[in-house]
Structures are given as C-alpha cells and as structure tokens.
Design a binder for this molecule. Sequence first.
Ligand code: HEC
Length: 127
Amino acid sequence: MQKYFKIALILIAISSFTACYYDKKDQVYPQVVVAACDTTNVSYSVTVTNILNANCNNCHGTSANSLGAGIVLNTYASVKPYITNGRLVNSIIQNGNASPMPKNMAKMDACSINKIIVWANRGAINN
Ligand code: HEC
C-alpha cells in the first residue's frame, strides 16, 4: 500500500513541476511577438504597388477620380516624379513639407512607410 502511495506522490510531484515549467514559460514570453518589418526585397511591382493600392489609389487610381486632385499613383511612370520631387515621402511621413497623406486619415502603419522609404532610398527603380 505504501508503495502505491509513494508512486502517487512522485506522479503528483512530476505533474506539478510540469505545471511550473509552463507557468514560467508564460512569464518569459508574455506578448505576441510583433512581426519585424522586412524590407529586404522591396520592389515597385509588388511592395509599393500593394501599399499604394490599399491606401492611396481609391483617390489616386485614375486621373478621372476627382478625389485625388488629378494626381495619379497607379503606374511606375506616374509615381516616380512624386518620389523624385520628395512629395510622396514627405506626404506619408507627414513632416509638413507636403499635404499629409492618406488625406484625412491616420498615418499608414510604420512598416508600410518604411518600405516606401527604403524603395525610394534605393533609387526608386522599376523593379
Ligand atoms: C481621400 C482621398 C485621398 C487619399 C486616400 C490619398 N490622397 Fe493623396 N491627395 C489627395 C488630394 C485631394 C490631394 C491634393 C492636395 C490636398 O488636397 O491635400 C492629394 C495630394 C497628394 C500628393 C501631393 C502632395 C503635395 O503636397 O504636393 C501626394 C504625393 C499624395 N497625395 C500621395 C498620396 C499617397 C502616397 C497616399 C496613400 C498613402 C494618398 N495620397 C492618399 C487625396 C487623397
């Protein structure tokens, strides 16, 4: 009888250690890890196009769209001059040197802004 009691005690001890281990693990990693902003492979054709389509081109998608004041950002040829003159980056970082964009909305998320800056700094090539 005493033998079974000892085995039971050992099992309880083991299971409580396991519980402790997982409790501690929760304390070591309390937050969801925020994904890093990967700017390794930023390109016009995928990265920049997706960001502009999602945040800007409901107004700047066509010249016929009066919401965009005639500024079109849906092709490389139309975007490039706004990178060269600095207006696009100034508008999204909202530094006061261009009309803040997206107009009347919150700043884009930092990672999207970063990706456009990285692409611009690498020469804003048509990649
Ligand atoms: C709700 C419509 C709307 C959205 C969304 C929008 N824009 Fe604009 N944008 C405008 C209008 C209108 C202007 C003309 C200037 C003004 O009214 O502020 C403009 C002007 C600009 C200019 C010229 C700014 C200057 O001072 O010369 C740039 C560059 C620009 N937008 C880029 C963007 C980018 C990039 C996005 C997305 C992050 C964006 N816009 C989203 C409406 C919009």
